[in-house]
Design a protein around this ligand. Structure first.
Ligand code: FEO
Length: 615
């Protein structure tokens, strides 16, 4: 039975998923499967964009027939002739003999190489167009993204880019079709990176050329041949392609890949990782004999520093490490700082050989000292490993100094009150989970980007609102104005929504279009956010969110943290004679009681027990 999905009123996904494929292209494991996407445009003319792999040919043909719904097929556009997208080409030509093939000259050559088909095609070149009624399709050549014949198609009517292999990802679609239907960053970005690095990673220059062409277009949707359709937050994937194609790392940190027969080279790699972590440097480690090369190559595209630790084997680099290094070189790895550890019981050669291979890559800075082990790590070599860690630390763009160094430099004192010199505002953060409404006061809202309009908020995990946002991904911010009375801060700040209804005494019922309440009184504006990604920072979660709605309520100035303390918050009263309690040294809040709870969070400034002192 067919399984199709509507994308727009006249565009239908007619692809299929394969979860039985062991190795994509015979090289790359795909444990989560892969999708082969094909799209049918139903305009005055009907247009099919590419076909699929032979593994899903049967379902695809059912899908095309169902989507056509007894209409004839007018055009088949072949953007990429690799067999994972063209195995059903002959089936389509046989079933729909009136269909007109649309492709470039190189594609036609490949069709004749791969098949016995002798057919004329409507040959298109750069910027040629095809009008299908309401839609105008523009053809854009994208050679070597990923094969030489590749082209992409831009629908200037609905602003859709049919991007061939570009912007694809490994992984079956599992019922979803749009990237915004899943937690892409959490669940699919690693596979998108692995797909990019291994499939088109070698062709960064050509990808940049396509990005430049695409940059001149207004694109509202991207329809790739693998993975999800992008209709929201397109910058999520485009920004990654900008970095990946320029061979720029995504994150500062160290990827350590090691090859170890008896565990001694691994031991050196572990010691180095420990020294790096002690300097506050992120590390990831891979045993090249265990982890597929495609995952390590993807990690090499992600991290800024690379360490290769390899035993010597048959007077050369250990087999799986040599394959990895060769792969990285052929994938054009660039712009990294590299450190090398070698091991050899009688003649260590692996270090020099790795250095020679990576030395041919562009802008690879190899740390001069190779740590050379003879069979195992000796105590005297701990300082060599420490020196490598130090050299990496010194090369970090923002050097991370450990506590001892800070003390030595005389800059160790941290006065928490300095943080209150920052020009915070104050906001009521509201969320909704089922029928439960809740809100709390926060002071950390920052606009990050204008296009797309995106903000960050930091929320203490002790707040019930925090848990609701984690669950729903939605919130509203009511921007408090200078006329806000202290009772609003009491209402939202001094008790937990877990056991009270913070809106129970409210005279208003206002909700934004996301269904979440906002505070219409003593506020000047409202911002609705949809969480795009979140980051765990111990006591707080930082949510990055797209602004989905915003509107003004008044022209009253926004309240700042300073204004709140100077004009709104009642001054702490001197403790009554004999009264026991603790005062928050940061904001003056008084906790009454003989014993200060260890887990106390100041309801005003959210500081912990360490900032309270006995009255
Ligand atoms: Fe998905 Fe280059 O084929």
């Amino acid at each position: 039975m067919y399984c199709i999905k509507k994308i727009t009123n006249d565009l239908i996904w007619v692809g299929a998923n394969d979860r039985r494929l062991a190795m994509f292209e015979g090289v790359y494991s795909v444990p989560d499967g892969v999708s082969y996407n094909s799209y049918l445009l139903k305009d005055e003319k009907t247009v099919l964009f590419d076909t699929v792999d032979k593994a899903v040919r049967h379902r695809f043909l059912e899908n095309v027939a169902a989507a056509l719904d007894d209409r004839k097929l007018d055009y088949l556009i072949v953007q990429h002739m690799e067999p994972d997208h063209s195995s059903a080409l002959e089936d389509i030509l046989n079933r729909y003999p009136e269909v007109k093939l649309v492709c470039n000259q190189k594609t036609l050559t490949f069709i004749k190489q791969f098949t016995e088909i002798d057919i004329d095609a409507f040959i298109v070149k750069e910027n040629d167009t095809l009008n299908t009624g309401r839609h105008t399709l523009h053809f854009i050549m994208a050679p070597m993204v990923h094969w030489p014949e590749v082209m992409v198609t831009y629908d200037s009517t609905d602003k859709i880019l049919f991007s061939a292999d570009a912007f694809g990802t490994f992984g079956a679609l599992n019922g979803a079709l749009f990237a915004d239907e899943v937690d892409f960053n959490k669940d699919y970005m690693d596979e998108a990176r692995r797909y990019y690095a291994n499939i088109v990673g070698k062709y960064g220059t050509q990808v940049q050329s396509l990005l430049n062409k695409a940059g001149a277009l207004e694109i509202k949707m991207i329809c790739p041949l693998h993975g999800f359709v992008w209709r929201e937050n397109l910058s999520t994937i485009i920004s990654k392609y900008v970095l990946w194609s320029a061979y720029q790392s995504e994150e500062d940190g160290v990827m350590i890949a090691y090859a170890s027969v008896y565990g001694n080279t691994e031991n050196a790699a572990e010691i180095l990782a420990c020294r790096l972590r002690e300097k506050g440097i992120k590390t990831v480690m891979f045993d090249v004999s265990v982890t597929p090369a495609s995952e390590i190559i993807a990690a090499a595209f992600r991290w800024s520093f690379l360490v290769f630790a390899s035993t010597t084997y048959n007077a050369g680099i250990f087999v799986s490490m040599e394959e990895l290094i060769n792969d990285l070189v052929s994938h054009n790895i660039q712009n990294r700082t590299v450190a090398i550890i070698e091991n050899g019981s009688w003649a260590a050669t692996s270090g020099a050989l790795i250095r020679e291979k990576l030395g041919k890559c562009k802008n690879i800075n190899i740390i001069e000292q190779t740590v050379s082990l003879k069979s195992s790590v000796k105590k005297s070599q701990l300082t060599e490993l420490e020196a490598v860690a130090e050299a990496i630390n010194d090369s970090f763009p923002h050097p991370i100094r450990n506590n001892e160094e800070s003390k030595e430099s005389g800059n160790a004192s941290v006065d928490p009150k300095v943080m209150f010199k920052l020009s915070y505002g104050l906001f009521v953060l509201t969320a909704k989970d089922g029928s439960k409404d809740n809100g709390c006061i926060i002071n950390t809202v920052t606009q990050i980007t204008a296009s797309p309009l995106r903000i960050s908020i930091a929320v203490n995990k002790a707040n019930f609102t925090h848990d609701m946002i984690i669950k729903t991904g939605l919130f509203n911010l009511s921007v408090l104005a200078e006329n806000a009375p202290f009772r609003i801060f009491e209402q939202f700040g001094f008790h937990s929504g877990r056991d009270t209804d913070k809106f129970s005494d409210s005279s208003y019922e206002d909700r934004a279009s996301n269904g979440i309440r906002y505070v219409p009184e003593h506020t000047n504006s409202v911002i609705s956010g949809k969480v795009f990604e979140s980051h765990d920072y111990g006591t707080h979660t930082v949510f990055i969110a797209d602004v989905t709605q915003s509107f003004m309520l008044s022209n009253e100035p926004s309240v700042t943290y300073h204004y709140y303390f100077a004009n709104i918050k009642p001054k702490p009263q001197p403790p009554q004679e004999g009264k026991k309690g603790f005062v928050c040294k940061i904001c003056g809040y008084v906790y009454e009681g003989g014993v200060l709870p260890e887990d106390i969070i100041c309801p005003l400034c959210k500081h912990g027990a360490v900032d309270f002192e006995k009255i």
